[in-house]
Design a protein around this ligand. Sequence first.
Ligand code: ADP
Length: 497
Amino acid sequence: MNDKLNAAHVLIVDDEQDIRDASERIIAKMGCPVTKASRGEEALEIVGGQPVDIVLLDMKMPGMGGMEALGRMREINPAILVIVITGYATVETAIAAMKKGAYDFIPKPFEPDQLRIVVNRALERVRLSREAELLEQKRRRTLLDLDTEKSRVRTILESLPNGVVVTDDKGGVVLTNPAVYHLLGRPVAKASGARIDELLCDAGICNLVLEISRGKHIDYDDIPTCEMAIGDDRFLMVKAQPVLGERGECLGAVINLMDITAMKVLDRLKSEFVAKVSHELRSPLSTIHEQLALVLSDMVGNASDQDQHILSRAKEKTQGLISLIGDLLDLSRIEAGAICTEFKPVRVEDLLKGIVDFLRARTDARQQTLNLNLPDAPLPPVSADPLALESIFGNLISNAIIYTPEGGAITVRADLAGINVRVAVSGTGFGIEAQHLEKIFERFYRVKNDKTRYITGTGLGLPIVKGLVDSLSGRISVESTPGQGSTFTVLLPVQEG
Ligand code: ADP
């Protein structure tokens, strides 16, 4: 028996002192604390005033009878185990007592062993009840813990400034936090059960979320970060990722919405500032450049070589600044959406032929070969601004020429890839190391190493190309092996219909 069981408290109620004392001796030896009462009324007082687990109750006592005492005791404590001592009475008395809720009975007179057996049985029952109670308490505590954990997670979710939407594997919305509605600028509606396109009004993003929810994109790094406009003046950044189960199966998606309006406003202000400054600088710089050219031509034969060298350097530098300003103004126009306004069907083959012909003089001068590989069947036209396309491929082919050493080869390939016209510009050049690949599309990013050190540039060519490709709903990617060369690939959607 364990300690808790030993602590089961036994009350002996009998009007015969000998029975009380003898029973007390036996039960005390079993390790249970014992209290005695000689009358029913006294027993009830004890049951009402202190914890009693088992009562040994004589049925026949002066005053309140055992049967009445039994009933009243169980009213006070329904869990109490009462063993009735049936005296000389009949089996019927025992049955009546059991019907009234007695746990067991023992006929009088009884042997010590008989008493031990009956009390042991009751003690076992007390033990089982206590164990059951402990288990129940434990279960309740676990549920409470779970509940607390759940409410903690919910509190965190609800206090997040970012919007969080969780979808199931069919793209149905299963959870949203209040920030979602705040960011979407819509009143709180019951989101659970809604479809993702009822919540987010951007078809492209909804398709991406559906694909992620269905397990099409498992690699977090491959999932693009998207921007979503809310009305005319608010912007959200949307990043979705799959929720994977224990076996790697896709259970749905988590979509994170972040308000980037302030960043966009700052970006616009910065672009406006750059555009304004560039605009103001362009005319005086052009004047200086022209005047330097004039002075230089007048100087021929009249000035020292050193003076001529200094002025030539100044002229080169102003030319560099003029191209930088030109690129900055182009970039500002692309960002303001003021470029790519004249969409018309363009035959990419013809456009590429024109650019390649124009640039051939440069490759010849550098002993480079310039190849244009076109498919046998004509490509479907793309809907684009021809000036934008010229700028894209002009920049990419010029870069391939510049970043390929003399004697190298530049290849321009065009073909059809699904619903896109694909143009790949490759050069057997220096290549770009992996750590620079993502950054070369950022403004002013230039790779500086021993091979590129002497090549001048603004670091704005690729950002302009990327901006133009984006505004034509196209995509650009780059693959490169240092020492072997790079390939820039542009995908442009073919004209519909
Ligand atoms: P710029 O050529 O004026 O420096 P870009 O934005 O066009 O600016 O290019 C950014 C950088 O990317 C370049 O400095 C160069 O290091 C690298 N790069 C661009 N095109 C190529 C290419 N075809 N081959 C190797 N490196 C390239």
